[in-house]
Write a protein that binds this ligand. Structure first.
Ligand SMILES: Nc1nc2c(ncn2[C@@H]2O[C@H](COP(=O)(O)OP(=O)(O)OP(=O)(O)O)[C@@H](O)[C@H]2O)c(=O)[nH]1
Length: 295
């Protein structure tokens, strides 16, 4: 039996379902999912292993027109990754026209040689006619090695997609142990869980100016408890107030819900302490971006 292995990256406009796809393939919640655009900022690697192949997924931060420094960084990170992988999954959704976001990505893809599989996600929301129309439109515009329609949410056609991916993998070693699903350090996943809860609980315009850093994560000596200290960075004093909420209620809700998920993830009791700090304009500050693991 020849074993095949390789690296695959998932790209696409915000909100098309990249995280959902990766999570459904790998079968465990790793990347954060939310219905607000652009929540994936850290590069998350996960691994899918079968008897005769191993796919290592790299979830790129998203390739889109840069608006500020973080955008520049994300675009560069995405493009660096694209040249190094064995296949690219370009995910689109049921949006009926090919918008400027998708057109921009397709232009960027023309600069690299890596095979691109167009993944038309959310087929559960399309009828056959809509699907055919969109299929023809993409086929005419892009240069794809293959096109597959799937529903990540309903796990439809994922096996077909996986088989297609394997076709593009070279014969290679098993890079990671079969039971390993991510090499993302736990503290980054913890920070992502907290960020997800903030997005979920706080509905004002605050969340997109929010970043989370796990400052400390340590097993308490002689006890089955992990102490975690995390800092939530926001951009304005008024935002800090909103995040904390009346009598600290919002932050308590975020903390409780995050703690429950983290306990499941780590399989241990967790004591979670959250701080909210103001760091104006953190998205344009190179040092802050570095601390938060964006470069
Ligand atoms: N109907 C339907 N909804 C889907 C499908 N896949 C994902 N979604 C939904 O689309 C929304 C966005 O999904 P995500 O997986 O967070 O999208 P993403 O592309 O990773 O988004 P960013 O992290 O912002 O780049 C969520 O509400 C998902 O539940 C699908 O196959 N069908």
């Amino acid at each position: 039996m020849t074993f095949k292995s390789g690296f695959v990256t998932i790209i696409g406009r915000p909100n098309v379902g990249k995280s959902t796809l990766m999570n459904e393939v790998v079968g465990q919640k790793i990347a954060i999912m939310s219905d607000k655009p652009q929540t994936t900022r850290n590069k998350i690697q996960s691994v899918y292993t079968e008897n005769d192949f191993q796919i290592v997924f790299i979830d790129t931060p998203g390739i889109h027109k840069p608006k500020h420094k973080l955008g520049d960084y994300m675009l560069k990170a995405a493009k660096d990754t694209l040249g190094e992988v064995d296949a690219i999954l370009f995910v689109v959704d049921d949006s009926t026209i090919i918008g400027p976001g998708d057109a921009f990505i397709m232009e960027e893809l023309k600069e690299i040689d890596t095979p691109v599989i167009l993944v038309m996600n959310k087929i559960d929301k399309m009828n056959q006619e809509q699907f055919n129309k969109l299929y023809e439109a993409y086929k005419a515009k892009g240069n794809f090695a293959d096109i597959v329609g799937i529903s990540a949410l309903e796990r439809a056609n994922l096996d077909v997609l996986i088989n297609k991916i394997v076709e593009f993998l070279p014969v290679g070693p098993q890079y990671f142990p079969a039971d390993m699903i991510t090499d993302q350090p736990e503290r980054l996943i913890v920070a992502e869980i907290i960020r997800e809860k903030i997005l979920h609980y706080i509905h004002e315009e605050v969340p997109h100016g929010v970043a989370v850093e796990t400052a400390m994560m340590k097993k308490r000596e002689g006890k089955d408890i992990i102490d975690i200290h995390a800092t939530i960075y926001c951009e304005k004093k008024s935002h800090k107030g909103i995040i904390i909420g009346k009598q600290g209620r919002k932050l308590k809700g975020v903390g409780k819900s995050a703690r429950e998920d983290i306990e499941k993830l780590l399989g241990s009791k967790v004591y979670l302490e959250l701080w909210v700090k103001i760091k104006e304009d953190w998205r344009n500050n190179q040092n802050t971006l570095k601390t938060l693991g964006y470069e």
